[in-house]
Design a protein around this ligand. Sequence first.
Ligand code: NAD
Length: 331
Amino acid sequence: MVRLLMYNTREEEKSWALEWAKQNNVEVEMTADLLTMDTVEQAKGFDGISLSQVAPIDEVVYSELASYGIKQIAQRSAGVDMYNLELAQANHLIISNVPSYSPESIAEFTVSAALNLIRKVELIQARVERQDFRWTPEIRGRVLGDMTVAIIGTGRIGSIAAKFFKGFGAKVIGYDLYPNALCEDVLHYVDSIETAIVDADIVSIHMPATADNYYLFDYDLFRKFKKGAMLLNMARGSIVKTQDLLRALDEELLAGAALDTYESEAAYIPKDWSDKPIEDDTFQKVLNHPKISYTPHIAYYTDEAVKNLVEGGLNAALEVIQTGTTKNRMN
Ligand code: NAD
């Protein structure tokens, strides 16, 4: 029987992993440990491994795994930037990812973040906590169906978010380096970010972080937004220059922002920081800002996504063991 070891296993993943093991007639063992020099030996005797690694792996771990006869590392996320893909390949280790585990989860969260902003839900809740039940213009909302939404990046997630926004009756504008003809029934493509944002009431970012789009959303771009527009970033923190966003909000160029990602989130997410001070001043400003709704990289986090990540990782591991490769190979 094939034997797989799942590192970094969270309690919530166990029942799906055991169910998958039963269905596929594979033995799956689980540990909460990260894969490090100190824990790599646990992989001895297994045919393959699945990881949910967030930190880079010690270089010597790759050769150690290879010396145990292991042929792959199946990461349970879309991103594989924590791996040295070349070094893995030099050690005949196939790194795989789970490219799409529930784009609907992120798209739904995006629309709910937009609705929370335009209906001023956080402000209403703060007032209700003070037993202030008045109706005053500060908490008066707007109707999504009267708005123009710009989707920047119309891939798996952006295209679904576009469909959802269209469902509310919004006019949807799209910008992508590679426009997708299948999206044209829900959005109208334009050929630059500047054209996409100029008339948009809501700008929603759905592209991956690349060297080319680092700090793409900076003060110069915010000055070109429609006055009073709102920004949604459910993609990656590095695409938005946070200091410039704070300035644009304080100068009332923008009316609000919903951020599920922050440029220096790695130190904090996903950890319980309740007893410790936040030492990053910019992050602290984001958390305290009355016009920012911040969530800790949680847009993906649904039953469906966690199940698909567990099954996707284990499927890729088994595929490599049985066929020598996988369609989700990243190196
Ligand atoms: P995808 O690859 O299907 O789509 C990304 C799209 O962006 C592609 O169509 C691509 O052509 C386009 N693009 C790339 N660079 C661009 C640029 N400079 N300008 C315009 N368009 C550009 O990816 P996806 O599955 O839709 O995911 C999008 C992003 O969402 C991910 O890369 C990730 O950063 C983020 N994400 C966030 C969460 C979360 O929980 N918040 C979860 C998963 C993914």
